[in-house]
Each structure stands twice: as structure tokens, then as C-alpha cells.
Design a protein around this ligand. Structure first.
Ligand SMILES: [Zn+2]
Ligand SMILES: [Zn+2]
Length: 299
């Protein structure tokens, strides 16, 4: 099983020279299991993946399963630029959850509608199948998938895929429950004690969902200091990410959804800080920062 990162940035593309080592494209991760293609999110990195697939398949039909976490721009903006969608031999299956009042097709169609884009979704020659997921536990081809809704504005899913080689969890956008719940408690008429209890329960559910993951790709948009000024924005921080990965006995944590204002130097520092935090625990947790173009295998 091979995993390749095509887009690692959060919020918006950030293709400046000082970001080139980690990369400027937004959320897209490819998991290849034999000939089966599983793609997580179609941010602007999805365009680059499309080019690579055209080159690799060289006329042979492409068949891909695409899991969309949610429909914020940084997770769908590459979709109209995916070249395999422009070839009628190719089969593109898009899977995701609804719940924001609009259907999946309506949302994807919306970003391609006039005046935003010159080609309509229904004019794409590729065989594009858009499927609304209902279950949180299902099989797609050879993989078993479990999903869970994340703590993020709107409906946002995290996915975990189980294969004979191991499991990978993809949680691109998620804010830790504790500070968020306290921050929003006033609007829910709960006491601070009730709020903390609820946050502990939600976190315990997430730990259970992630338990024993070989690879966890997780939202770590902010440093701990930055997070204090962004509680309620829907994104994670370093210390909370490390503690989640440790509690869930994850083998390898990949820092993901990099803030567009964080350059390579800053991201190096964040990776170092996260590694120090993991080392303090005397665990075997490995930590890496997601880098565009990086590949890893799971055997
Ligand atoms: Zn995002
Ligand atoms: Zn988002």
C-alpha cells in the first residue's frame, strides 16, 4: 500500500517560493492498493494528481474512488481541473456526506456553474458518479471504511480505511473538543462542568475511532499559541494532536492542513516541537509533517 501527498495546505493555496518544500496545494491524499485508487479530498493538489494519472495510465482507463471530507473550497477546488474527468473511458466515483441543505451534486455543480467556471459538471465526458454516503461503516472494493463526523463548521467527515496492510485515518479538518466546547458553551446553556464532561465523552469516542491506526493524517493548522487566538475556527494544534495520537496508540502521526501563513522554516519548527512532545511521552509515536510529493508505504 502506497500513500502519496498531493496537497497538504489548509484554507487556501499558498504557492510562494518560501513554501515550496512542504508545498502550496490544498488537501489531496492518494492511497494506492494494487491497482485500486482511493483519493481523499479534491483540493488543488487533485489537479496535479490528475496530470500524474494521465501520464501513468497513458490511455488506459482510470477508475478512482474519491472520498470528500467536506465542501470547503480547500477540499474541492481541484475538482474542475482533474484531467481524467475529461476522458469518457474513465470512471470517477465521488463519495461524501450531505447535511448542509444541498446535495453533493448540487454543491459540485455549483462551483462549476456560470460565472465561476466555463465547463458544467454534466458536460464532463468522464463517467462521474456522485454518491451520498449514509452509513458510517461500509466496504468499497477491497477496503473497509469507517467514518466519523469531525468538530468543524458544517458537516465534515473523517475517514479511516482498513486494509490487509494496516489502517490509515484521514482527519483533515478537526478542532479539539475541550476548548471549543467551553468557548461555545454559552450558546448551549450548559454549565462548565456539563460542557467539560461532554467534551471528554466526544474525545473518548474519537480515541476509540482512531485506536491503533498505523497512520493518522491530522489537522494541525496552529501552534499552541496561535490556537489560543483561533478557538472556534475549526482547526487543531500541536499539543492536542500529539495527545490524541498517543491516547489512540497511533504509530505515525502526519501533521496536515498547514496554515497558509506558515512557511517551510516555520513548519520545520512545528515538526520539531511535535517530535519533542512525542519523545517526552517515551512512546514509539513517529511524527512527520505532510509534504507535497512525499510518499510512504505500509506493509
Ligand atoms: Zn480545510
Ligand atoms: Zn473546512
Amino acid at each position: 500500500m502506497r500513500i502519496k501527498f498531493w496537497g497538504v495546505r489548509g484554507s487556501t493555496p499558498a504557492p510562494q517560493p518560501e513554501n515550496m518544500r512542504y508545498g502550496g496545494n490544498t488537501s489531496c491524499v492518494e492511497v494506492r492498493l494494487g491497482d485500486n485508487l482511493y483519493i481523499f479530498d479534491c483540493g488543488t493538489g487533485f489537479r496535479v494528481l490528475g496530470q500524474a494519472l494521465r501520464h501513468e495510465f497513458n490511455g488506459r482507463p482510470v477508475s478512482a474512488h474519491i472520498f470528500v471530507s467536506h465542501f470547503h473550497w480547500d477540499h474541492i477546488q481541484g475538482f474542475p481541473f482533474f484531467v481524467p474527468s475529461y476522458n469518457d473511458k474513465n470512471q470517477i466515483r465521488i463519495l461524501g456526506y450531505e447535511g448542509t441543505g444541498s446535495g453533493l451534486r448540487e454543491i459540485l455543480n455549483g462551483q462549476m456553474a456560470t460565472p465561476f467556471f466555463p465547463v458544467a459538471l454534466y458536460d464532463l465526458p468522464g463517467k462521474i458518479k456522485i454518491e451520498k454516503l449514509e452509513s458510517m461503516d461500509f466496504k468499497i472494493g477491497k477496503v473497509h471504511v469507517r467514518s466519523k463526523f469531525m468538530n468543524h463548521p458544517g458537516v465534515c467527515a473523517g475517514y479511516r480505511i482498513f486494509t490487509s496492510k494496516g489502517s490509515i485515518a484521514f482527519l483533515p479538518d478537526h478542532e479539539p473538543y475541550e476548548a471549543f466546547k467551553l468557548h461555545s458553551a454559552k450558546s448551549h446553556l450548559l454549565s462548565p462542568e456539563q460542557t467539560q464532561k461532554r467534551a471528554r465523552e466526544d474525545r473518548a469516542e474519537l480515541v476509540k475511532f482512531l485506536q491503533g491506526s498505523d497512520i493518522l493524517i491530522l489537522d494541525t493548522q496552529y501552534t499552541d499559541e496561535e490556537y489560543q487566538a483561533h478557538v472556534g475556527w475549526g482547526h487543531g494544534s500541536l499539543t492536542t494532536a500529539i495527545s490524541l495520537a498517543l491516547d489512540a496508540a497511533v504509530r505515525k502521526l502526519i501533521l496536515f492542513h498547514h496554515d497558509p501563513t506558515h512557511d517551510d522554516e516555520m513548519l520545520d519548527k512545528m515538526v520539531q516541537t511535535a517530535r519533542k512532545l512525542a519523545a517526552k511521552s517515551e512512546s514509539y509515536l513517529e511524527v512527520e509533517g505532510a509534504r507535497e510529493g512525499a510518499e510512504m508505504t505500509l506493509d
